[in-house]
Design a protein around this ligand. Sequence first.
Ligand code: SF4
Length: 457
Amino acid sequence: MKAPLSPERFESQAAEALNDTQLQDALQKATGLFAEKRGAAVDACEEWDSLREHARLIKEHTLLHLDEYLENFAAQAEASGVQVHWARDGEEACRVIEDIARNANATRLVKSKSMTTEEIHLNKALQVAEIDPVETDLGEWIIQLAGETPSHIIAPAIHKSKEQIADLFVEKLAIEPTTEVEELAATARKSLRRHFAEADLGVSGVNFAVAETGSILILENEGNARMTTTLPKIHIALMGVEKVIPRFADLAVFLRLLPRSGTGQKITTYQSILTGNPRPSDEEGPNQIHVVILDNGRTGMLAKAVTRQALNCIRCGACLNVCPVYQQVGGHAYGSVYPGPIGAVITPQLTGIEKTSRLPFASSLCGACRDACPVGIDIPELLLHLRAEIISRQSRLSARIAFRMWAWAMVKPWRYSLSTNLARAFPFLLPVGRWKVNRSFPGLAPNSFRKWWKDSS
Ligand code: SF4
């Protein structure tokens, strides 16, 4: 059985990806196309640089006053009938969502695309609670059918070819073999419509949350998020704390940056702005809306300016498409929910550096990610910061071990003599590790001073 993906095994997973010719082909085509479309969209936007700077300033300002803006958002949302929940971590967020479902006797749930729900492993938690989640974004649905995880922030099935998807549909949905994209899409639509019609509950992510009005904004191209948020009687939106922006007018900046950066579109096809529960005069829409605000390690990134900037991310995926490492190894090699350059900087900060220490080294530091980022995140600077932290932790540990050994040897002459004899016989035991990588380490003299003294007296 194949071992589960893990950030600790980046190198071996990357080597496997490099030997997968189908994956290489799919990655080259898709990332090339995304990058080309983004380039054309950016070139056609005269005020691109000022929009980027404007977005960066809005994000920086918001993060410096995050508590205030979150409280404002929550107050406005509650005033319009939304139930707001706060979750310290993924476990708490899953529990909140399970409780809402349980209280409503809801067992059938549809989901629109949300990396935050991937981050907290919501589907797994729901299945344990005997709630059946169905992904409705086409890419996410394909991944769910295949029992895999997304490999790109905005294109979860980017690693799959049309032929592989066709085979999957034949196997799982018992359709007649076809590689016609229209027929495959029609199959997906038919199957998903039934799930929308039967769902008790809809779960979505949030692209932006407006503090001024308590509104949430969800962007998508397929219409599935709109159905997820309007057909079931309960809608739950999960958002990271960093999704809040101060004013409604700020959306005008981000709505121009995000689609151009992500897919090269001037505008996303569906932009759903949801402000509170439907009015009594509205015939459609859910009768309960919940927003779950998730921390899950984000506030730990606020303390330093260098780490704080990662919270500017609007999850457009542009840095993945231009990254020479991602272009070659794809998303699964990173073994984490968030792949690519932004994944290499946020995963260690969200989940701890211990088990993710390979990720900040998965970069050539070429700077293409920084140039592509619509909110001006200096990803190479962050990667270097994390690398320095990892090396300093590792050096601290090896220095502690070396000094313990030194202290043990120095208190008794026989111990000292034993240690030097051992080091002479087995030089590879010397705890100098990586210190030797760029330095020459002189070998020990063939005989000890003691022996020389004894022999010559
Ligand atoms: S780091 Fe920048 S380029 Fe990468 S996903 Fe986030 S906003 Fe987009």
